[in-house]
Ligand binder design. Structure first.
Ligand SMILES: O=C(O)CC1=CCC(=O)O1
Length: 248
């Protein structure tokens, strides 16, 4: 699987991978990239079916999405990296922490869905809607979950990104979420994990993220106040220092 990625920062610096939310691509990391690139070789990638990555017909699985990231490290000839992921990218991070522990130093997982399979119908229905009516049919609702009404910045770039996402790729990743339960392996995670949740996240409610902090050995939890799901975009002033402090 050929994943699209954009590299920023010194080629000699330690590598940090950035994994995006469902429907998003590497552009969503604009508020983080230059800050992280002062210390790291930043590799912002697109999940399969998203952005510039290949978009084979679905359904996909979390094993597919996680395996793609390990393959990307091989392609880059990078033995070990750190990983920052939000939303779908956070679920992929939980998979990597459990299934490829030797390839990663540290994880920062932002609003990660750990057991979306608990409500499979939600994802199956959304996949069907997007296959039938396209991502434009879910864009307004998505923006409503991702940002609070008082977030006044221009959301056109985010809207455009969602509209650019291939319908089949979005739907196939919904199907991956419908079969993903990463809870059973949490206690096996050995890498240092920073968990970030947002108090008003309707996509991945904080009640589903807070318990992970006691189930992942040594995990550290931060709760961002007055924030919705896409907290990296709405609150970079809070999130970026947390990432820098955790990634070292
Ligand atoms: O609500 C969304 O569209 C974002 C999302 C992706 C995975 C998840 O649980 O929420």
């Amino acid at each position: 699987m050929r994943l699209n990625y954009v590299e920023t920062g010194s080629a000699d610096a330690p590598v940090v991978l950035l994994g995006s939310s469902l429907g998003a691509d590497q552009r969503m990391w604009a508020p983080q990239v230059d800050v992280l690139a002062q210390r790291f070789r930043v590799v912002a990638f697109d999940h399969r079916g998203h952005g510039g990555s290949e978009a084979p017909d679905g359904p996909y699985t979390i094993d597919d999405l996680g395996g793609d990231v390990v393959e990307l490290l091989d392609t880059l000839e990078v033995e070990q990296a750190s990983y920052v992921g939000i939303s779908l990218g956070g679920a992929v991070g939980l998979w990597l922490a459990q299934n490829a522990p030797d390839r990663f130093h540290r994880f920062a997982l932002i609003c990660p869905p750990s057991n979306p399979a608990a409500d499979p119908q939600l994802w199956i229905d959304r996949a069907a809607q997007v296959r039938a009516e396209g991502t434009q049919s879910i864009t307004d609702a998505t923006l409503g979950r991702w940002f609070l009404p008082d977030f006044k910045e221009d959301l056109d770039p985010i809207r455009e990104m969602l509209l650019d996402c291939p319908d089949e790729g979005y739907a196939a990743c919904c199907e991956a979420l419908s079969t993903t339960n990463l809870l059973p392996g949490l206690s096996t995670i050995t890498a240092p994990v920073l968990l970030i949740t947002a108090d008003s996240d309707k996509s991945v409610p904080p009640e589903t993220v807070v318990p992970l902090a006691s189930q992942i050995p040594g995990a550290h939890l931060e709760i961002i106040e007055n924030a919705a799901h896409l907290v990296t975009y709405s609150h970079p002033d809070i999130v970026n220092p947390l990432l820098l402090a955790h990634l070292g």
